[in-house]
Design a protein around this ligand. Structure first.
Ligand SMILES: Nc1ncnc2c1ncn2[C@@H]1O[C@H](COP(=O)(O)OP(=O)(O)OP(=O)(O)O)[C@@H](O)[C@H]1O
Ligand SMILES: [Mg+2]
Length: 340
């Protein structure tokens, strides 16, 4: 195994790169700003700053949608720009790569993640694939190689991946197109309907982070800025947590219903393990306040919050590359049979 290795998680909202022995090297918005003639203007957090502010000749976009690479060209350009930046800071050098892929997507979609690295300017010599739920559970410090069954739910930006693991493999896994971005979207719509205020995606996300709570709790409020629907002028307004609660509940219910479906399909011996150990929730959106309480109340199971939830996938890949006893959790392309 090479001394220098990297693990990449191409998330819908964030791109994260882990460097073996060192930890998370890069954690930025998975966003690219491109001008006419495909010239890359900015990537990552810098490109996100331009989101909803850029002039017409600059397009700011997220190349990963609902967990899969939707815009290969821009994703490649984004990755190459980051690798170029890391190279120039002498932070790059190794040629071994790990890439995390959702389980419940097609072989061709999985292969696209591999190709991004194979075709990048990183000159990869070896590329390993790790299924995201396996990486997540390993990052959550769970031992997935034993016969003890585990349920892990990664609530990200555009996706929620619900999985049952046992003996180092995936018993069941479902990827649903619901996550933090759906919550931002409904908050944005509700603010427009209820307050007559047009707000941007960033503001909606800010409202969610500050006011979203999964169970009804004492009302809190905050000031936000936007444009008045009627006058068309910039205005500030006070929005409250009851409005946020009402608008996000439906999406949280969708996630819980999907968890229940997976639990119903789980083999009984594994169910017994899950009753014992509880459900693990991770991903950035698992940080919605009191979400553990809501899921626990609805399923009757204990719910464990994973530490550093946004990074559990890359942290898991880190463990897999650093601990030789976990090497069987990563596959080469041939083993995984993703040849398209
Ligand atoms: N404190 C918080 N409270 C609620 N949501 C949060 C908080 N912090 C981050 N988030 C949300 O977490 C999401 C990002 O999480 P994460 O980095 O796990 O997503 P991702 O891996 O890019 O997406 P996906 O896994 O769906 O491809 C965003 O929707 C963000 O708004
Ligand atoms: Mg993710």
């Amino acid at each position: 195994m090479s001394r220098k290795a990297y693990g990449i998680d191409f998330g819908t909202s964030m791109i994260k790169i882990y460097r073996k022995g060192q930890g998370v090297l890069l954690d930025e918005k998975n966003v690219i700003a491109v001008a006419d003639r495909k010239k890359v203007i900015a990537v990552g957090n810098e490109a996100y700053e331009m989101f909803e502010k850029a002039p017409v000749n600059i397009t700011v976009s997220y190349p990963v949608k609902c967990g899969v690479v939707a815009d290969i060209e821009n994703m490649q350009a984004l990755l190459d720009t980051f690798i170029g930046q890391l190279n120039s800071r002498q932070l790059f050098g190794g040629r071994e790569f790990y890439v995390a892929v959702p389980n419940d997507i097609t072989e061709v979609e999985k292969r696209a993640f591999y190709d991004l690295i194979a075709n990048s300017n990183a000159k990869a010599k070896r590329i390993w694939i790790v299924e995201k739920p396996i990486a997540d559970a390993t990052g959550a410090e769970l031992d997935v190689t034993t016969a003890q069954g585990v349920m892990i739910v990664d609530i990200g930006a555009e996706t929620t991946e619900i999985s049952i693991l046992s003996l180092g493999g995936i018993v069941l896994s479902k990827l649903i197109p619901v996550g933090g971005s759906k919550l931002d979207e409904t908050i944005k719509l509700t603010v427009k309907k209820k307050y007559g205020l047009v707000i941007g995606d960033k503001t909606a996300e800010g409202i969610k982070k500050q006011l979203a709570c999964a169970v009804l709790s004492p009302t809190e409020s905050m000031k936000v800025y936007g444009r008045d629907v009627v006058s068309g002028l910039p205005t500030e307004m006070e929005v409250d947590s009851d409005m946020v609660f009402d608008s996000i509940t439906e999406h949280l219910t969708t996630i819980i219903d999907a968890i229940k479906v997976i639990l119903e399909r789980t083999p009984p011996e594994i169910s017994a393990d899950i009753i014992d150990s509880g459900i693990y929730i991770t991903g950035g959106s698992s940080q919605i306040r009191r979400l553990d309480e809501l899921i626990s109340g609805e399923t009757g199971l204990r719910v464990n919050l994973v530490k550093d939830p946004e990074n559990s996938v890359v942290n898991g890949m880190g463990k897999i590359m650093e601990d030789p006893s976990l090497s069987e959790l990563a596959f080469s392309l041939k083993q995984a049979n993703y040849s398209a």
